[in-house]
Every structure is written in C-alpha cells, then in structure tokens.
Write a protein that binds this ligand. Sequence first.
Ligand SMILES: [Zn+2]
Length: 229
Amino acid sequence: MDDRWAPARDVIRRACAQALALLLPVACAGCGLQGVALCAPCRALLAPRPEAHSIGSLVVWSGLSFEGPCARTVRALKQAGRTDVATALAPALRAAVRAAVAGAEPPVVAVAVPTSRTAMRRRGYRVPELLARRAGVRTMRLLAPARATSDQRVLGREERARNVAGSMRARAEAAGLAVVLVDDVVTTGATLEEARRALEREGAHVIGAAVVAATPLRDRPRTAARRHR
Ligand SMILES: [Zn+2]
C-alpha cells in the first residue's frame, strides 16, 4: 500500500480528534457520566494502592489494578487523546515509583519505556513520559525504539515476548546507572523485560519497575492471542 500520506493523515486525524474533543460535551473518562471530565467516585477509585508483582526476574510495582474505571481512564488517555486525565493518574505512578526505589541506594534514575514511532505519530505524545512528568518523576531518555513492533494488545504471552525482542536500544550513558523503569500498564511484562535487557546490555543495573496499573492475573494473556478488554 502506498503509505506516503500516512504522516499527513495522522496529523489531520489528530487535529480532528482534538477539535471534536473541544466541541463534544465532556464525559467522565472512567464511567461516561456527562458534564464532568472525571467524576468524584471515579477519581476516588484512582487513589493509589501500591502492589508488588514478580514478573520474570523483575519486581514491578503498580499503583492501581487495571480494571473498571481505572482501565477506562488509562484507555481514554492512550486511545482517545484525553491528556487531561494524566494528572488524576499521576499519584498512582508516583506511589509505585516511591515503592520501587524504597530501600535502594541512591541515586536511582527513572527511565520511561520508549514510545514507538507509530504510536508517537498517532497520539502526538509519549504516555509514560507524560505520566511521569505529571507525577513529578524526572525521567532520563536512555531508551529508544530500535525497530517497529506490532500492537501488543492483540498478542498472547509468547508472541508478545517475540514481538518486542530487540525492539529497543539503550544509550551508552546508561552504563553504571541504577534504574527504575517507568511505564503506564504492565500486562505480561514482556516490554519491561526487554527494556531491562537493553539497559543491562549497556551496563545499567535495573532495580525494578513502576507502572500506573497492572492487569489482574485473570486478564493476562496466556499462550493464545486474545484481545485486551
Ligand atoms: Zn466517573
């Protein structure tokens, strides 16, 4: 397919989505209630409840469970251009980062999982970096996408690992640094493990990871591909 016009189409689509967002009446990102960007009950559900998950050899701290209004709010940010809700999700990431670095010998630097070029073109912003900024967590851009990957949401566990293998490279400045990885959502942990491999290849030491929300165990893909709900 001739994809010469893809960047222009993305710009136009994004501009239209932003214009529509201004014209349409606002609705709660968590439950759809009209007339409010995020209603009080949904906002209350976003209060951090840090939890540790052992994923591969990584300890991943999440601030929330990726379900119900929390999942819908994260999706609104990732898929519907609702950057306004990043501030409401930020405390969960802040709490997760605090838990992840607790007890570690400082200094520890935070490194966000990189955003693919396709996602960047589609959204116009980097979700993990935006969340970190709103959470007051300074990140160092030590990882970059090395090649294109497929959308992880439609893949099973093994396919996810294969899909991201070799998909990131770390900068040489990572050598000798203690790192906590930062991302929006953890599902199988394949992306975080790949980020760790890339950083450790350059001589960094990844002490753990922090995410806004973790997919509950029952919703994590096993071997077969399935859709993310
Ligand atoms: Zn609501």
